[in-house]
Design a protein around this ligand. Structure first.
Ligand code: SF4
Length: 389
């Protein structure tokens, strides 16, 4: 690794995992154990500058200050909902912003983070997808979200023991398709798992994908953590319409990739996310079709009542439809949970992580397509119950 010495282009150590820090230290003529020291200062203790690192020689700290920095995210907004869900809006430059959300529960604290500014996958029900794609986040920007949230929450709660963690689970379910940005996501995952950084177990770190088949195999090779797959439809016909990725990677290929992933996964099931959209994918017949579809894949379902956002043109499933759908899965022996709506008074609920994206892709065309598809799927699903397919 070459060390950049230009004042304006210091290397941001935040995004280097242990291997990266070792290469960096080697390039400065320092021993590998210095990498572990740096990692602990940055991630376990939340150090923001090198002067704090009192067990490093002064001369090394001075050299570090010349070529490197620890640059965390710039926070534009920080809001806490009535249920204690907290959302940060992070400036990623160029007029773009991404979001991260902390969801506290009795027995855990989950942070949902973003991996891209915007998203190119254009899922019909997603507020992020509607805005288009701007760019991949860097490793520093991805792990920087955890770094900022963990150390801010520790400070707010008066936690001084560096071994005590507020955030016990991380999910890459915010803005973006993480598997489209694997080069930056993998070092960030390594840091989440590393005992000298956040020390989370693989089971508590979840990558969520819209279904990029080859990338699922790559994640299996490089850093197998828990996998969640956005399924959202029981057949290719409907999934093609609500998730364009399906036209390239149809459900059969996706389920085959899930089965391959299970051979190395830290959990013995795949989590399927299923957004419940009123009159689109929430009928009892569709639940039965889903049961048939996944019969060979050890899995759990997470049903997510759709969160309408401005201009979505879609409706949340009525509560009784969600319950009836869930019962059919449960009766077939599939563990199925219904996600509680959290933080909706600050737009932090699932699918509402919009951030602010200045899209440079063909957004107008995509918007026109959306309107056509929404019309199609909502009109084909306004049959009376007896007329279900
Ligand atoms: S649901 Fe996920 S993959 Fe689909 S557009 Fe939204 S952020 Fe992208």
């Amino acid at each position: 690794m070459s060390v950049i010495s230009n004042e304006d282009q210091k290397i941001n150590l935040l995004g280097l995992d242990q291997e990266g820090l070792k290469s960096f230290c080697a390039s400065m003529g320092e021993k590998p154990f210095r990498a572990v020291q740096l990692e602990r200062w940055i991630h376990r203790r939340g150090a923001k500058n090198f002067d704090e690192m009192t067990d490093l020689a002064k001369s090394f700290r001075a050299k570090l200050a010349q070529v490197a920095e620890i640059k965390g995210p710039e926070i534009l907004r920080d809001k806490t909902a009535s249920d204690e869900t907290r959302k940060w809006l992070v400036d990623v430059g160029g007029g773009n912003a991404v979001e991260m959300v902390f969801i506290p529960e009795k027995d855990r604290g989950t942070l949902c983070i973003s991996s891209q500014a915007g998203c190119a996958m254009n899922c019909l029900f997603c507020s992020t997808g509607k805005q288009g794609f701007n760019r991949n986040l860097t490793s520093s920007e991805i792990i920087g979200q955890l770094w900022h949230a963990e150390h801010t929450l520790r400070k707010d709660r008066g936690v001084t023991d560096e071994n005590e963690r507020v955030i016990s689970n991380v999910v890459l379910m915010g803005m973006g398709e993480p598997l489209q940005n694997l080069e930056a996501v993998v070092p960030a995952l390594n840091l989440m798992l590393d005992d000298h950084a956040y020390g989370l177990s693989r089971r508590r770190v979840t990558v969520s994908t819209s279904g990029l088949v080859r990338q699922i195999d790559k994640l299996a090779e490089r850093c197998p953590v828990a996998l969640a797959v956005s399924l959202h439809a029981p057949n290719n016909e409907l999934r093609d319409k609500i998730m364009p990725v399906n036209r390239k990677h149809p459900i059969e290929d996706l389920l085959a990739a899930c089965k391959r992933y299970l051979k190395v996964a830290p959990r013995d099931f795949i989590t399927f996310e299923y957004i419940m959209i009123g009159g689109v994918n929430d009928s009892e017949e569709q639940a039965r079709e889903l049961v048939r579809l996944v019969k060979d894949v050890p899995c759990k379902f997470n049903l997510i009542p759709f969160n309408p956002f401005p201009g979505s043109g879609l409706l949340r499933s009525p509560e009784q439809s969600v319950k009836a759908f869930s019962k059919i899965l449960n009766d077939a022996g599939i563990v199925c949970t219904i996600r509680k709506v959290r933080g909706d008074d600050i737009d932090a609920a699932c699918g509402q992580l919009a951030g602010e994206i200045k899209d440079r892709t063909k957004l107008a065309e995509k918007r026109a397509d959306r309107q056509i598809i929404i019309k199609e799927i909502t009109s084909s699903s306004t049959r009376s119950p007896g007329e279900e397919k």
